[in-house]
Design a protein around this ligand. Structure first.
Ligand code: S3P
Length: 166
């Protein structure tokens, strides 16, 4: 990999409902850094919602757009990036994040995520709790492998998580 010196991004990864977007947005306000969300970047690129992309174009199209938008962040500096929960599914994405900055894994428990997933439009095919549990079990080692910093967000205030996120 070419190392993109000086991007200085911070990437927040974790399962649905871990609070990535909220934390990145609030940290951005606190430290006057821009926040971007990879799902929003994909929606802007494709002109439709994440669930429409999954339904109409399939997960592969979503993942291709997600990787393309992630790579494009190499042209920017000092971002706080909240990443879609499945970004660690592709090792290329993990390589890109490590080239451009540091990866913070917000480790929550399944109960938090399942409460979030109850909104079906977020990820229709994760609707069943059993399926979501299986996905999280499969992904946990991927998050751990990708993380430069792991923050256990259970029973923590925003300030505590922010401090531990470095
Ligand atoms: C996904 C999580 C979503 C979004 C898409 C795929 C996943 O992001 O990228 O629905 O595979 O877990 P959030 O974690 O921000 O909801």
């Amino acid at each position: 990999y070419v190392v993109h010196e000086g991007c200085d991004h911070i990437f927040f990864v974790g399962f649905l409902g871990a609070g990535k977007s909220t934390l990145a947005r609030n940290l951005g306000s606190l430290f006057h850094r821009s926040h971007v969300d990879t799902d929003r970047l994909v929606e802007r690129l494709l002109g439709k919602s994440v669930s429409e992309v999954f339904a109409e174009d399939g997960e592969g199209a979503f993942r291709d757009a997600e990787t393309g938008e992630l790579a494009a962040l190499a042209r920017r500096k000092s971002l706080l990036v909240s990443c879609g929960g499945g970004i660690v599914e592709r090792s290329k994405n993990c390589g890109l994040m490590h080239e451009m900055g540091v990866v913070v894994y917000l480790e929550g428990d399944l109960a938090d995520s399942l409460r979030q997933i109850r909104c079906p439009e977020r990820r229709p095919d994760l609707g069943s709790n059993a399926h979501a549990a299986a996905v999280l079990t499969r992904r946990r080692p991927l998050y751990e492998e990708a993380a430069d910093i792991t923050v256990d967000i259970r029973n923590k205030t925003f300030e505590q998580v922010a401090l531990e996120s470095g």
